[in-house]
Design a protein around this ligand. Structure first.
Ligand SMILES: Nc1ncnc2c1ncn2[C@@H]1O[C@H](COP(=O)(O)OP(=O)(O)OP(=O)(O)O)[C@@H](O)[C@H]1O
Ligand SMILES: [Mg+2]
Length: 459
Protein backbone atom coordinates (compact mmCIF):
# COMPACT_ATOMS: atom_id res chain seq x y z
CA UNK A 1 0.00 0.00 0.00
CA UNK A 2 2.84 2.35 0.92
CA UNK A 3 5.75 2.78 -1.42
CA UNK A 4 8.08 3.89 1.35
CA UNK A 5 8.16 2.93 5.03
CA UNK A 6 5.26 4.62 6.80
CA UNK A 7 6.13 7.12 9.51
CA UNK A 8 4.84 6.54 13.02
CA UNK A 9 4.68 9.04 15.85
CA UNK A 10 4.50 7.56 19.36
CA UNK A 11 3.28 9.91 22.08
CA UNK A 12 3.56 8.76 25.67
CA UNK A 13 4.75 10.49 28.83
CA UNK A 14 6.46 7.32 30.07
CA UNK A 15 9.91 6.85 28.65
CA UNK A 16 9.82 3.06 29.05
CA UNK A 17 6.63 2.73 27.04
CA UNK A 18 7.97 5.05 24.32
CA UNK A 19 11.21 3.19 23.96
CA UNK A 20 9.56 -0.22 24.25
CA UNK A 21 7.22 0.62 21.40
CA UNK A 22 9.99 2.17 19.34
CA UNK A 23 12.05 -1.00 19.70
CA UNK A 24 9.06 -3.19 18.85
CA UNK A 25 7.82 -1.22 15.84
CA UNK A 26 11.07 0.32 14.56
CA UNK A 27 11.56 -2.28 11.89
CA UNK A 28 8.28 -1.72 10.11
CA UNK A 29 7.96 2.03 10.62
CA UNK A 30 10.04 5.20 10.65
CA UNK A 31 9.46 6.06 14.29
CA UNK A 32 9.30 9.47 15.94
CA UNK A 33 8.58 9.87 19.65
CA UNK A 34 7.16 12.71 21.75
CA UNK A 35 6.46 12.97 25.46
CA UNK A 36 3.43 15.20 25.32
CA UNK A 37 0.79 16.63 22.99
CA UNK A 38 2.61 19.95 22.56
CA UNK A 39 5.84 18.47 21.21
CA UNK A 40 3.82 15.94 19.18
CA UNK A 41 1.93 18.81 17.56
CA UNK A 42 5.16 20.60 16.82
CA UNK A 43 6.33 17.59 14.87
CA UNK A 44 2.99 16.97 13.13
CA UNK A 45 3.13 20.46 11.70
CA UNK A 46 6.57 19.94 10.23
CA UNK A 47 6.67 16.32 9.19
CA UNK A 48 4.30 14.20 7.24
CA UNK A 49 3.23 11.51 9.73
CA UNK A 50 1.25 8.50 8.56
CA UNK A 51 0.29 7.04 11.93
CA UNK A 52 -0.21 8.69 15.31
CA UNK A 53 -0.18 6.33 18.29
CA UNK A 54 -0.93 8.25 21.44
CA UNK A 55 -1.45 7.68 25.13
CA UNK A 56 -4.62 9.15 26.65
CA UNK A 57 -3.41 10.82 29.84
CA UNK A 58 -0.42 13.15 29.62
CA UNK A 59 0.54 16.54 30.99
CA UNK A 60 -1.23 19.28 28.97
CA UNK A 61 -3.65 18.22 26.23
CA UNK A 62 -4.75 14.61 26.40
CA UNK A 63 -4.57 12.05 23.61
CA UNK A 64 -8.14 12.62 22.43
CA UNK A 65 -7.55 16.36 22.08
CA UNK A 66 -4.35 15.67 20.17
CA UNK A 67 -6.19 13.31 17.81
CA UNK A 68 -8.95 15.86 17.20
CA UNK A 69 -6.34 18.42 16.27
CA UNK A 70 -4.32 16.05 14.10
CA UNK A 71 -7.45 15.16 12.13
CA UNK A 72 -7.68 18.79 11.10
CA UNK A 73 -4.37 18.64 9.24
CA UNK A 74 -4.34 18.77 5.44
CA UNK A 75 -3.08 15.18 5.39
CA UNK A 76 -4.34 13.72 8.67
CA UNK A 77 -2.55 10.67 10.06
CA UNK A 78 -4.22 7.42 11.01
CA UNK A 79 -4.86 7.87 14.76
CA UNK A 80 -4.81 5.16 17.39
CA UNK A 81 -5.46 5.82 21.07
CA UNK A 82 -3.90 3.80 23.90
CA UNK A 83 -5.12 3.91 27.47
CA UNK A 84 -4.22 2.19 30.68
CA UNK A 85 -7.76 1.09 31.37
CA UNK A 86 -10.11 0.14 28.62
CA UNK A 87 -13.51 1.64 29.19
CA UNK A 88 -16.31 1.79 26.68
CA UNK A 89 -16.95 5.50 27.22
CA UNK A 90 -13.39 6.53 26.41
CA UNK A 91 -13.42 4.37 23.30
CA UNK A 92 -16.64 5.96 22.09
CA UNK A 93 -15.41 9.46 22.86
CA UNK A 94 -12.11 8.79 21.04
CA UNK A 95 -13.83 7.44 17.94
CA UNK A 96 -16.14 10.46 17.88
CA UNK A 97 -13.16 12.78 17.90
CA UNK A 98 -11.65 11.01 14.93
CA UNK A 99 -9.62 8.09 16.34
CA UNK A 100 -9.38 5.21 13.87
CA UNK A 101 -8.79 2.57 16.51
CA UNK A 102 -8.46 2.11 20.21
CA UNK A 103 -6.15 -0.13 22.21
CA UNK A 104 -5.97 -1.01 25.87
CA UNK A 105 -2.42 -0.92 27.16
CA UNK A 106 -3.19 -3.64 29.69
CA UNK A 107 -2.96 -6.37 27.11
CA UNK A 108 -0.74 -4.69 24.58
CA UNK A 109 1.16 -7.06 22.31
CA UNK A 110 3.48 -5.71 19.68
CA UNK A 111 2.37 -8.12 16.95
CA UNK A 112 -1.28 -7.33 17.56
CA UNK A 113 -0.57 -3.61 17.64
CA UNK A 114 1.29 -3.82 14.36
CA UNK A 115 -1.58 -5.67 12.78
CA UNK A 116 -4.10 -3.07 13.96
CA UNK A 117 -1.95 -0.24 12.60
CA UNK A 118 -1.56 -1.91 9.21
CA UNK A 119 -5.28 -2.57 9.04
CA UNK A 120 -6.12 1.05 9.87
CA UNK A 121 -3.64 2.27 7.23
CA UNK A 122 -5.18 0.05 4.61
CA UNK A 123 -8.71 1.11 5.46
CA UNK A 124 -7.79 4.79 5.26
CA UNK A 125 -6.10 4.33 1.91
CA UNK A 126 -9.21 2.64 0.54
CA UNK A 127 -11.47 5.40 1.86
CA UNK A 128 -9.26 8.05 0.29
CA UNK A 129 -9.34 6.27 -3.02
CA UNK A 130 -13.11 6.02 -2.88
CA UNK A 131 -13.53 9.70 -2.08
CA UNK A 132 -11.17 10.59 -4.92
CA UNK A 133 -13.25 8.59 -7.32
CA UNK A 134 -16.46 10.32 -6.31
CA UNK A 135 -14.92 13.71 -6.45
CA UNK A 136 -13.50 12.99 -9.88
CA UNK A 137 -16.95 12.11 -11.16
CA UNK A 138 -18.48 15.22 -9.55
CA UNK A 139 -15.91 17.48 -11.02
CA UNK A 140 -15.43 15.90 -14.36
CA UNK A 141 -16.27 19.08 -16.15
CA UNK A 142 -16.16 21.32 -13.14
CA UNK A 143 -14.22 24.27 -14.47
CA UNK A 144 -16.99 26.60 -13.31
CA UNK A 145 -14.75 29.33 -12.00
CA UNK A 146 -12.88 29.64 -15.29
CA UNK A 147 -14.98 31.86 -17.52
CA UNK A 148 -14.56 31.93 -21.28
CA UNK A 149 -16.25 30.97 -24.51
CA UNK A 150 -13.80 32.49 -26.94
CA UNK A 151 -12.03 29.95 -29.18
CA UNK A 152 -8.75 30.58 -27.36
CA UNK A 153 -10.36 29.69 -24.04
CA UNK A 154 -12.18 26.68 -25.38
CA UNK A 155 -8.85 25.33 -26.53
CA UNK A 156 -7.57 25.89 -22.97
CA UNK A 157 -10.47 23.93 -21.47
CA UNK A 158 -9.83 21.08 -23.85
CA UNK A 159 -6.16 21.00 -22.93
CA UNK A 160 -7.01 21.01 -19.21
CA UNK A 161 -9.42 18.14 -19.60
CA UNK A 162 -6.94 16.16 -21.64
CA UNK A 163 -3.97 16.62 -19.36
CA UNK A 164 -5.55 16.72 -15.88
CA UNK A 165 -6.05 12.94 -15.49
CA UNK A 166 -2.46 12.22 -16.51
CA UNK A 167 0.83 12.70 -14.67
CA UNK A 168 2.27 14.94 -17.39
CA UNK A 169 4.29 17.98 -16.45
CA UNK A 170 2.41 21.10 -17.58
CA UNK A 171 3.72 24.53 -18.53
CA UNK A 172 1.15 27.32 -18.38
CA UNK A 173 2.17 30.49 -20.21
CA UNK A 174 0.47 33.83 -20.63
CA UNK A 175 0.67 37.49 -19.73
CA UNK A 176 0.18 38.64 -16.18
CA UNK A 177 -3.39 38.25 -14.96
CA UNK A 178 -4.56 35.86 -17.68
CA UNK A 179 -5.54 33.17 -15.17
CA UNK A 180 -2.47 30.94 -14.96
CA UNK A 181 -2.96 30.16 -11.29
CA UNK A 182 -6.64 29.42 -11.85
CA UNK A 183 -5.73 26.96 -14.59
CA UNK A 184 -3.15 25.28 -12.34
CA UNK A 185 -5.85 24.81 -9.70
CA UNK A 186 -8.29 23.43 -12.26
CA UNK A 187 -5.69 20.88 -13.34
CA UNK A 188 -5.13 19.76 -9.76
CA UNK A 189 -8.84 19.62 -8.97
CA UNK A 190 -9.62 17.60 -12.04
CA UNK A 191 -6.80 15.15 -11.48
CA UNK A 192 -6.80 11.88 -9.53
CA UNK A 193 -4.63 13.77 -7.02
CA UNK A 194 -7.41 16.19 -6.10
CA UNK A 195 -7.60 14.76 -2.57
CA UNK A 196 -3.88 15.24 -2.11
CA UNK A 197 -2.24 18.58 -1.38
CA UNK A 198 -1.68 21.33 -3.92
CA UNK A 199 1.42 23.27 -2.93
CA UNK A 200 2.31 26.55 -4.62
CA UNK A 201 5.74 28.15 -4.66
CA UNK A 202 6.30 31.55 -6.20
CA UNK A 203 9.86 31.24 -7.47
CA UNK A 204 10.26 35.00 -7.87
CA UNK A 205 9.39 35.72 -4.25
CA UNK A 206 12.51 34.13 -2.71
CA UNK A 207 16.25 34.71 -3.16
CA UNK A 208 17.83 31.72 -4.88
CA UNK A 209 19.48 30.15 -1.81
CA UNK A 210 16.22 30.20 0.12
CA UNK A 211 14.29 28.91 -2.86
CA UNK A 212 16.49 25.83 -2.98
CA UNK A 213 15.83 25.10 0.70
CA UNK A 214 12.16 25.83 0.23
CA UNK A 215 11.85 23.32 -2.59
CA UNK A 216 14.14 20.55 -1.42
CA UNK A 217 14.13 21.04 2.36
CA UNK A 218 17.11 21.04 4.67
CA UNK A 219 18.60 19.23 7.63
CA UNK A 220 19.27 20.88 10.95
CA UNK A 221 22.45 22.95 10.65
CA UNK A 222 22.60 22.79 6.83
CA UNK A 223 23.25 26.54 6.80
CA UNK A 224 23.18 29.46 9.19
CA UNK A 225 19.64 29.82 10.44
CA UNK A 226 18.66 26.21 9.77
CA UNK A 227 17.77 25.49 13.40
CA UNK A 228 15.85 22.38 12.67
CA UNK A 229 15.11 19.96 9.90
CA UNK A 230 12.53 21.18 7.46
CA UNK A 231 10.62 19.30 4.79
CA UNK A 232 10.83 20.84 1.36
CA UNK A 233 7.76 21.70 -0.71
CA UNK A 234 8.51 18.71 -2.93
CA UNK A 235 8.06 16.40 0.04
CA UNK A 236 5.02 18.27 1.30
CA UNK A 237 3.34 17.86 -2.07
CA UNK A 238 3.71 14.06 -1.90
CA UNK A 239 0.65 12.49 -3.50
CA UNK A 240 -0.51 15.83 -4.86
CA UNK A 241 0.50 18.68 -7.15
CA UNK A 242 3.41 21.08 -6.87
CA UNK A 243 2.76 24.37 -8.66
CA UNK A 244 5.92 26.35 -9.38
CA UNK A 245 4.93 29.85 -10.41
CA UNK A 246 7.26 32.28 -12.23
CA UNK A 247 9.62 29.49 -13.17
CA UNK A 248 11.60 31.84 -15.44
CA UNK A 249 13.15 33.35 -12.32
CA UNK A 250 15.08 30.38 -10.94
CA UNK A 251 18.88 30.44 -10.84
CA UNK A 252 21.34 28.02 -12.45
CA UNK A 253 21.84 25.73 -9.41
CA UNK A 254 18.15 25.28 -8.78
CA UNK A 255 17.64 24.65 -12.50
CA UNK A 256 20.06 21.72 -12.33
CA UNK A 257 18.39 20.23 -9.26
CA UNK A 258 14.98 20.62 -10.77
CA UNK A 259 16.13 19.01 -14.00
CA UNK A 260 17.32 16.01 -12.03
CA UNK A 261 14.10 15.79 -10.07
CA UNK A 262 12.07 15.91 -13.28
CA UNK A 263 14.14 13.14 -14.76
CA UNK A 264 14.77 10.79 -11.87
CA UNK A 265 12.18 11.94 -9.34
CA UNK A 266 14.94 12.00 -6.73
CA UNK A 267 16.58 14.75 -4.68
CA UNK A 268 18.41 15.41 -1.42
CA UNK A 269 17.60 17.79 1.38
CA UNK A 270 20.22 20.50 1.80
CA UNK A 271 22.90 19.26 4.21
CA UNK A 272 22.04 15.62 3.63
CA UNK A 273 23.38 12.97 1.28
CA UNK A 274 20.36 10.72 1.68
CA UNK A 275 18.56 10.41 -1.64
CA UNK A 276 14.82 10.82 -1.33
CA UNK A 277 11.98 10.54 -3.78
CA UNK A 278 8.55 12.09 -3.89
CA UNK A 279 5.49 11.29 -5.96
CA UNK A 280 4.37 14.70 -7.19
CA UNK A 281 2.80 16.12 -10.32
CA UNK A 282 4.53 19.29 -11.46
CA UNK A 283 2.79 22.28 -12.96
CA UNK A 284 4.81 25.32 -13.99
CA UNK A 285 3.78 28.82 -14.96
CA UNK A 286 5.54 31.83 -16.39
CA UNK A 287 4.74 35.15 -18.01
CA UNK A 288 8.24 35.21 -19.51
CA UNK A 289 9.19 33.98 -22.93
CA UNK A 290 11.23 30.97 -21.82
CA UNK A 291 12.60 30.38 -25.29
CA UNK A 292 14.01 33.89 -25.30
CA UNK A 293 15.60 33.20 -21.90
CA UNK A 294 17.13 30.04 -23.35
CA UNK A 295 18.50 32.04 -26.28
CA UNK A 296 19.94 34.58 -23.82
CA UNK A 297 21.64 31.76 -21.91
CA UNK A 298 19.62 32.39 -18.76
CA UNK A 299 17.55 29.25 -18.84
CA UNK A 300 18.81 25.73 -19.52
CA UNK A 301 17.65 24.38 -22.81
CA UNK A 302 17.36 20.80 -21.50
CA UNK A 303 15.18 22.02 -18.64
CA UNK A 304 13.05 24.00 -21.06
CA UNK A 305 12.31 20.88 -23.09
CA UNK A 306 11.40 18.97 -19.92
CA UNK A 307 8.99 21.70 -18.87
CA UNK A 308 7.44 22.24 -22.25
CA UNK A 309 6.11 18.71 -22.66
CA UNK A 310 2.55 19.97 -22.43
CA UNK A 311 2.24 23.72 -22.85
CA UNK A 312 -1.03 25.56 -22.19
CA UNK A 313 -0.90 29.11 -23.58
CA UNK A 314 -3.51 31.52 -22.19
CA UNK A 315 -4.79 34.24 -24.51
CA UNK A 316 -4.60 37.87 -23.38
CA UNK A 317 -7.97 39.48 -22.64
CA UNK A 318 -7.71 41.89 -25.59
CA UNK A 319 -7.74 38.86 -27.91
CA UNK A 320 -10.95 37.53 -26.44
CA UNK A 321 -13.09 40.57 -25.88
CA UNK A 322 -16.24 38.59 -26.57
CA UNK A 323 -15.75 37.11 -23.08
CA UNK A 324 -15.60 40.54 -21.50
CA UNK A 325 -19.37 40.97 -20.86
CA UNK A 326 -19.60 37.55 -19.18
CA UNK A 327 -16.51 38.23 -17.07
CA UNK A 328 -17.91 41.63 -16.06
CA UNK A 329 -21.25 40.10 -15.09
CA UNK A 330 -19.54 37.50 -12.91
CA UNK A 331 -17.30 40.02 -11.16
CA UNK A 332 -20.12 42.55 -10.68
CA UNK A 333 -22.24 39.85 -9.07
CA UNK A 334 -19.37 38.72 -6.87
CA UNK A 335 -18.56 42.19 -5.55
CA UNK A 336 -22.19 43.27 -5.17
CA UNK A 337 -22.81 40.21 -2.99
CA UNK A 338 -19.64 40.83 -1.04
CA UNK A 339 -20.72 44.41 -0.32
CA UNK A 340 -24.34 43.53 0.35
CA UNK A 341 -25.54 45.67 -2.58
CA UNK A 342 -28.14 44.85 -5.22
CA UNK A 343 -26.46 43.80 -8.47
CA UNK A 344 -25.96 46.94 -10.62
CA UNK A 345 -26.32 47.23 -14.39
CA UNK A 346 -23.40 47.92 -16.64
CA UNK A 347 -24.42 50.79 -18.93
CA UNK A 348 -23.71 50.47 -22.64
CA UNK A 349 -21.50 53.54 -22.41
CA UNK A 350 -19.38 51.88 -19.72
CA UNK A 351 -19.25 48.63 -21.68
CA UNK A 352 -18.03 50.51 -24.73
CA UNK A 353 -15.20 52.05 -22.72
CA UNK A 354 -14.25 48.61 -21.42
CA UNK A 355 -14.24 47.16 -24.93
CA UNK A 356 -11.96 49.92 -26.19
CA UNK A 357 -9.28 49.42 -23.58
CA UNK A 358 -6.21 47.23 -24.17
CA UNK A 359 -6.13 45.48 -20.74
CA UNK A 360 -2.38 45.01 -20.15
CA UNK A 361 -3.23 43.54 -16.72
CA UNK A 362 -5.80 41.21 -18.31
CA UNK A 363 -8.53 39.55 -16.23
CA UNK A 364 -6.97 40.63 -12.94
CA UNK A 365 -7.16 44.27 -14.03
CA UNK A 366 -10.74 43.85 -15.23
CA UNK A 367 -11.70 42.26 -11.93
CA UNK A 368 -10.20 45.15 -9.98
CA UNK A 369 -11.98 47.65 -12.25
CA UNK A 370 -15.30 45.92 -11.58
CA UNK A 371 -14.69 45.90 -7.84
CA UNK A 372 -14.13 49.63 -7.94
CA UNK A 373 -17.13 50.20 -10.20
CA UNK A 374 -19.48 48.29 -7.91
CA UNK A 375 -18.34 50.40 -4.97
CA UNK A 376 -18.48 53.70 -6.88
CA UNK A 377 -21.69 53.32 -8.83
CA UNK A 378 -24.88 55.19 -7.95
CA UNK A 379 -28.47 54.06 -8.22
CA UNK A 380 -27.61 50.65 -9.54
CA UNK A 381 -25.97 51.79 -12.79
CA UNK A 382 -22.30 51.53 -13.65
CA UNK A 383 -21.36 54.57 -15.77
CA UNK A 384 -18.04 55.35 -17.49
CA UNK A 385 -17.08 57.70 -14.63
CA UNK A 386 -17.19 54.72 -12.22
CA UNK A 387 -14.32 53.09 -14.13
CA UNK A 388 -10.64 53.68 -13.26
CA UNK A 389 -8.96 56.65 -14.95
CA UNK A 390 -6.45 54.47 -16.84
CA UNK A 391 -9.25 52.51 -18.45
CA UNK A 392 -10.98 55.70 -19.57
CA UNK A 393 -7.86 57.38 -20.99
CA UNK A 394 -8.04 57.14 -24.80
CA UNK A 395 -4.33 56.56 -25.44
CA UNK A 396 -4.52 53.34 -23.46
CA UNK A 397 -7.12 52.13 -25.85
CA UNK A 398 -6.68 49.12 -27.96
CA UNK A 399 -6.14 49.75 -31.65
CA UNK A 400 -7.56 46.42 -32.64
CA UNK A 401 -11.05 46.76 -31.17
CA UNK A 402 -13.66 47.57 -33.76
CA UNK A 403 -15.59 50.62 -32.65
CA UNK A 404 -19.09 49.83 -31.54
CA UNK A 405 -22.12 51.96 -31.88
CA UNK A 406 -22.88 51.73 -28.23
CA UNK A 407 -22.47 55.37 -27.31
CA UNK A 408 -25.98 55.61 -25.98
CA UNK A 409 -25.55 56.30 -22.27
CA UNK A 410 -28.96 54.93 -21.40
CA UNK A 411 -28.43 52.28 -18.72
CA UNK A 412 -28.98 48.77 -20.03
CA UNK A 413 -28.50 45.31 -18.68
CA UNK A 414 -25.68 43.08 -19.90
CA UNK A 415 -28.28 41.08 -21.79
CA UNK A 416 -29.26 44.18 -23.74
CA UNK A 417 -25.63 45.00 -24.38
CA UNK A 418 -25.11 41.51 -25.71
CA UNK A 419 -28.14 41.88 -27.93
CA UNK A 420 -26.66 45.07 -29.37
CA UNK A 421 -23.35 43.32 -29.98
CA UNK A 422 -25.17 40.61 -31.91
CA UNK A 423 -27.07 43.14 -33.98
CA UNK A 424 -23.88 45.06 -34.64
CA UNK A 425 -22.05 41.94 -35.78
CA UNK A 426 -24.92 40.96 -38.06
CA UNK A 427 -24.97 44.44 -39.60
CA UNK A 428 -21.24 44.32 -40.20
CA UNK A 429 -21.61 40.93 -41.85
CA UNK A 430 -24.49 42.10 -44.04
CA UNK A 431 -26.77 39.63 -42.35
CA UNK A 432 -24.50 36.67 -43.04
CA UNK A 433 -24.84 34.60 -39.87
CA UNK A 434 -21.83 32.39 -40.42
CA UNK A 435 -19.65 35.46 -40.81
CA UNK A 436 -21.25 37.22 -37.82
CA UNK A 437 -20.74 34.14 -35.63
CA UNK A 438 -17.10 34.03 -36.72
CA UNK A 439 -16.61 37.69 -35.82
CA UNK A 440 -18.13 37.06 -32.39
CA UNK A 441 -16.07 33.93 -31.85
CA UNK A 442 -19.14 31.79 -31.22
CA UNK A 443 -20.62 28.91 -33.17
CA UNK A 444 -23.36 29.51 -35.70
CA UNK A 445 -25.68 27.44 -33.52
CA UNK A 446 -24.99 29.57 -30.46
CA UNK A 447 -25.65 32.71 -32.48
CA UNK A 448 -28.90 31.23 -33.72
CA UNK A 449 -29.98 30.28 -30.21
CA UNK A 450 -29.08 33.70 -28.80
CA UNK A 451 -30.93 35.54 -31.54
CA UNK A 452 -33.94 33.39 -30.80
CA UNK A 453 -33.68 34.16 -27.08
CA UNK A 454 -33.65 37.85 -27.88
CA UNK A 455 -36.68 37.53 -30.09
CA UNK A 456 -34.60 38.17 -33.22
CA UNK A 457 -34.84 34.64 -34.56
CA UNK A 458 -36.53 33.89 -37.86
CA UNK A 459 -38.77 31.13 -36.55
N1 LIG B 1 -10.98 32.85 -17.16
C1 LIG B 1 -11.18 33.45 -15.97
N2 LIG B 1 -12.40 33.45 -15.41
C2 LIG B 1 -12.63 34.06 -14.25
N3 LIG B 1 -11.69 34.68 -13.52
C3 LIG B 1 -10.45 34.72 -14.00
C4 LIG B 1 -10.13 34.11 -15.25
N4 LIG B 1 -8.83 34.30 -15.49
C5 LIG B 1 -8.34 35.00 -14.44
N5 LIG B 1 -9.32 35.25 -13.54
C6 LIG B 1 -9.16 36.01 -12.30
O1 LIG B 1 -8.20 37.01 -12.53
C7 LIG B 1 -7.27 37.12 -11.44
C8 LIG B 1 -5.87 36.81 -11.93
O2 LIG B 1 -5.76 35.44 -12.26
P1 LIG B 1 -4.43 34.60 -11.92
O3 LIG B 1 -3.89 34.96 -10.59
O4 LIG B 1 -4.77 33.16 -12.15
O5 LIG B 1 -3.49 35.16 -13.08
P2 LIG B 1 -1.98 34.82 -13.42
O6 LIG B 1 -1.93 34.51 -14.86
O7 LIG B 1 -1.47 33.79 -12.46
O8 LIG B 1 -1.26 36.22 -13.18
P3 LIG B 1 0.30 36.56 -12.81
O9 LIG B 1 1.12 36.21 -14.01
O10 LIG B 1 0.27 38.02 -12.56
O11 LIG B 1 0.62 35.73 -11.61
C9 LIG B 1 -7.77 36.18 -10.39
O12 LIG B 1 -8.59 36.89 -9.50
C10 LIG B 1 -8.59 35.17 -11.17
O13 LIG B 1 -9.58 34.63 -10.35
MG1 LIG C 1 0.03 33.97 -10.98
Amino acid sequence: MFMSTPTLLIVDDEKNTREGLRAGLGEKFDVYVAEDAASAWNLLERESVDVLLTDLRMAGDDGIQLIARAKGLAKPPVCILMTAFGTEEIAVEAMKKGADDYISKGRLRIDELELRIQRALKRTALETENRQLHRRLDQKFGLQNLIGEAPGMRAVFELIQAVAPTRSTVLITGESGTGKELVAKAIHQNSPRARGPMITVNCAALPSTLLEAELFGHEKGAFTGAHERRLGRIEQAQGGTLFLDEIGEIDATTQVKLLRFLGEKTFERLGSSKTLSSDVRLVFATNKDLQALVAAGRFREDLFYRLAVFPIPLPPLRDRLQDLPTLCAAFIKEFAEENGKPIPNLTTAALEVLLQYSWPGNVRELRAAMERAVVMCREGHIQPQDLPQTVRTPNNRSQTTPSLELANAKPVTLKEAEKQLLIHALQEADGNRTLAAQKLGISRRTLHRRLHEFGLGDK
